[in-house]
Design a protein around this ligand. Sequence first.
Ligand code: PMV
Length: 290
Amino acid sequence: MSAPPFLGRAPGKLILFGEHAVVYGHPALAMAVDRGTTVRLTPGEGPRRVRAAAMEDPRLPVALDALLPAQGLDVQIDTELPVGRGMGSSGSLAVALVRAWAAWQGRTASLQECIERGFRLERLFHGNPSGLDHTVSARGCALRYRRGSAGLQLEEIRLGPLPLVVLDTGKAGDTAELVAGVAARRPQVDPLLERIGALVLEVGPALEAGDLPVLGEAMRENQRLLAEIGVSSPEIESLVAFARTHGALGAKLAGAGGGGVVIALHPRPDELVAAAAEAGIEAFAVGPAR
Ligand code: PMV
C-alpha cells in the first residue's frame, strides 16, 4: 500500500482539428497534453479541508462528496492548465480525483473506472459534457473520434513530433452558446463543416509522420473555416496573426472558440514563447502526454 499523500494525476487535452464539425457526426482529433492536474489526499483531523487554488469552484464540494468521506481526508488540487479555456481542466481533475481515491484505497484505478467514474464527476461540474475531455485524459494519448448514436467512437493515433505553443486569449469562450450559434447558421455552414471533417482525415498521415509544413497548412485552413462558421473572435485572430508573424507554420483556435486558447505550430516553440512573453501574452510550449 502506498504511503500518504495519495496521489492522482491526469493530463488535460487539446482539440487539434475538427471542433464544431464533430457535433454533426464528422471526425475530430484530440490529444492529451503534457500538462495536467494533480490531486493529493492526506489523512487529516475533522472535516475535510480543501486547497484548490485556480480550481476553486462552488461545484467542487459536490464532486468531492460523491467520492470522498466528509471527515478525515484533506484534499489538495494543483493544475498546470489554464482553467476554463477548453484544455479539459475539469476532465483532468475528474480523472486525477478517481486515481487519488483509488490510491487511498491501496489500489490503482483501471482505465474503465477512470472513464466511468470520471464522467460521473465531470457531469457534476459541467452538466452536459461531451465525454471527450475525461476520456482523452484517462487514456492519455491522441485520438481520432466521432460522435455517434452509440457514444464516442475512438481510434488511438500515434503522433510524430508536434512542436506546439498554446497562446491564451485570457477569455473563456461559452461552448454552449458557440455551438448554438453554429446550429443557427446551418444549413449554410454545412459545406464548411464537411470540409473540416475531410481535413481531419487528410491530416492523419502528416500527424503520424510529423510533417510540419503539411500540418501548418492544415491548421491555417481549419482556422479559416472556423472563422467562416463564426466561432473565431478578434482576440483569437490577433493571436493567430501574432504567431504567424513570429514564425508559426500554422495556428488555430482549439476548442469551442470565442476566446479560449490558440495553438500554434512552430519549429522552435521556445522562440514563440519568448516573443509572446515580451508582448505580454500568456503562452507555453505543449506536447503530447507521452
Ligand atoms: O471547449 P471545448 O474544448 O470542450 O471544445 C468544444 C468542442 C466543440 O466541438 C465545439 C463542442 C463539442 O461538444 O464537441
